[in-house]
Design a binder for this molecule. Structure first.
Ligand code: PEP
Length: 251
């Protein structure tokens, strides 16, 4: 039985005061226990303040990226050990904004996934097709390739412990949400390829989140699908009420 997992991706938004207020508000509303795993992925510079504001609650801390090297002359980058040190449990990797705006490749993502797992962080590995790819009926090929290439070289037990996020690029921040049928189909396809590449137990264990304009009004129908194990939430995670509205769809 996979425990649902809802994560907020705050992206490059909020001031320090807003981050702290949002984290405190979530901590107060979620409390010490939740019906699912919950995390917020704050901007790097606000991680420590966010963690302090979440203290005592069931909301875990995540980062939005990490570098694969352990240390050294990599100006501007942040290592897995640094994220661990500051109290992060999760890290989003291969988000479409990093793939499409910053040019991250599957190989880059794969290096980061290896480093994150080796350092004890749980990666949330994002995959998803563009609108052109969907219209050209390439969705399955694209997400399979991204998934397998981003996880290359991992053992089945490593794969079983990580999180995959299916985020159709055309649905991120656009207000266009995949229908529950479209999302469920891709999640089921991802589980099929994981079963083939690794084994059925691994495929059954991996949590696959849906991301792309998830809101309180559409969360329940998406989350009720058998292969959708949670959500990666951008815009609606920036307000306590809307993020709590999505969490309410779980219980
Ligand atoms: C995201 O940032 O991963 C995302 C899904 O954003 P939004 O919910 O705003 O579409």
């Amino acid at each position: 039985m996979r425990r649902p997992f809802i994560a907020g991706n705050w992206k490059m938004n909020l001031t320090l005061a807003e981050c702290t207020a949002l984290a405190k508000g979530l901590a107060a509303q979620v409390g010490k226990t939740a019906a699912c795993d919950v995390a917020v992925c704050a901007p790097h510079v606000y991680l420590a303040a966010t963690l302090a504001a979440l203290k005592g609650s069931a909301v875990a801390l995540g980062a939005q990226d990490v570098y694969h090297q352990a240390n050294g002359a990599f100006t501007g980058e942040t290592s897995v050990a640094m994220l661990q040190d500051i109290g992060c449990r999760y890290v989003v990797l291969g988000h479409s904004e990093r793939r499409h705006i910053l040019g991250e490749t599957n190989q880059d993502v794969c290096r980061k996934v290896h480093a994150a797992l080796a350092g004890g962080l749980t990666p949330i590995v994002c995959v998803g097709e563009t609108l052109e790819q969907r219209e050209a009926e390439q969705t399955t090929d694209v997400v399979w390739e991204q998934c397998l290439a981003s996880l290359a070289g991992l053992s089945a037990s490593q794969v079983a412990g990580l999180v995959v996020a299916y985020e159709p690029v055309w649905a991120i921040g656009t207000g266009k949400v995949a229908t529950k049928e479209q999302a469920e189909q891709v999640h089921a396809d991802l589980r099929t390829i994981l079963a083939t590449r690794y084994n059925p137990d691994t495929a059954e264990a991996v949590r696959i989140q849906y991301g792309g304009s998830v809101k309180p009004g559409n969360a329940a129908e998406l989350l009720s699908q058998p292969n959708i194990d949670g959500a990666l939430v951008g815009g609606a995670s920036l307000k306590v009420e809307s993020f709590m509205g999505i969490l309410a769809a779980i219980s």
